[in-house]
Design a protein around this ligand. Structure first.
Ligand code: ZN
Length: 336
């Protein structure tokens, strides 16, 4: 409150400080010039009153005491600015957090020629990209997003809008398998049926690129050894026969088989049965991560992305050389 009490020394005066100083000056003068000084003081008072009445007229509706304001304002402004600075910093992210809370389920965007709603299916991937564990509607998430936005040259709003989501998706897509050459027979190994989700899967559908298969086995051994996943496993780190998670749903798919799938499900859409499917490289694997194994319906993917196995994959698959296809929680590509 220091700034609101600018003139404690003059608190007892009914006259303005400026008037008083003129009076004090007059009293100190010699008697010889008293009359002259009184005249001067009178003139000064007249001038002051004139100025005061002019100011009062011109400042009507703004302030009752312009002189006091002139001295008080700087202090108050500095205090307000400092206060506003802190409040703005947190309120920017509070507002962004509130916006994210809505966009999380409602953002309308498009992928694969299909309208999409919200980004809640990608929470784990987004948090991994932002290196945060904050809830999508928190200020911490907005702050983490803002620093990512700044890093990639976007407006650091902290709001995950369509532009930022598309940018994040393009980063994920860039990280996918680049070499899409067709697997040669000598690059493929045939995995035992016990590795597969379908216990009767035909031998010609059990081929995997050699290094991809070795990396898959290392990853499954690590997952089995992780007590947080609680996977049923044998003492030597193999999945137990009753464990469905991590079983291979689909591996190498020949062009012929891919064509056959497309004929069987002409409306499957571009996501599952792409003409240029990475499955014919032998380096793409579909694992069981929960729900209906390979169903792209939002309701199914919502189940899959919440399983501990999927979330473990998002955090750990990279260590084994596997990277995700964001749209299909089950589809992982060996990129080494
Ligand atoms: Zn796949």
């Amino acid at each position: 409150m220091r700034g609101v009490e600018p003139y404690p020394a003059f608190a007892h005066l009914t006259t303005l400080p400026d008037e008083k100083s003129h009076v004090r000056f007059a009293v100190k003068s010699t008697m010889k010039y008293v009359r002259v000084h009184i005249a001067l003081v009178f003139v000064a008072l007249v001038v002051l009153l004139g100025v005061a009445s002019f100011e009062a007229r011109s400042s009507r509706g703004q302030s009752q005491s312009p002189k006091t304001d002139a001295r008080v304002k700087p202090t108050v402004l500095v205090t307000d600015a400092r206060k506003a600075g802190t409040e703005n910093a947190s309120s920017i992210f509070a507002a962004a957090a509130e916006r994210n809370g809505a966009l999380h389920n409602e953002l309308v965007w498009s992928f694969g020629g299909k309208q999409q709603h919200g980004w809640y299916l990608y929470d784990s991937l987004i948090n991994q990209s932002l290196n945060t564990q904050n809830d999508a509607s928190s200020s911490g998430f907005a702050a983490a997003l803002a620093s990512w936005q700044k890093k990639v040259g976007l407006n650091a709003s902290g709001v995950l809008d369509e532009e930022s989501l598309n940018r994040m998706i393009s980063e994920w897509q860039k990280n996918r398998l680049k070499d899409r050459t067709y697997a040669q027979p000598d690059q493929l190994v045939t995995a035992p049926v016990s590795d597969f989700y379908d216990s009767e899967r035909l031998v010609e559908l059990r081929q995997v690129e050699r290094e991809t298969y070795a990396a898959y086995k290392r990853m499954v051994a690590a997952a089995s050894a992780d007590p947080s996943l609680n996977l049923a496993h044998t003492p030597n780190g193999e999945l137990a026969p009753n464990e469905k998670y991590f079983r291979i749903v689909s591996a190498f798919r020949s062009r012929e088989y891919q064509d056959q799938l497309r004929r069987q499900s002409p409306n499957a859409g571009s996501a599952g049965l792409a003409v240029n499917s990475p499955h014919f490289t032998g380096r793409a694997l579909d694992f069981y991560v929960g729900g209906d194994p390979v169903d792209t319906k939002d309701s199914n993917r919502a189940i899959q992305v919440k399983t501990p196995v999927y979330q473990w994959l998002v955090r750990n698959a990279e260590r084994f050389g596997f990277r995700p296809y964001f749209y299909e929680p089950w589809h992982w590509e060996y990129v080494k």
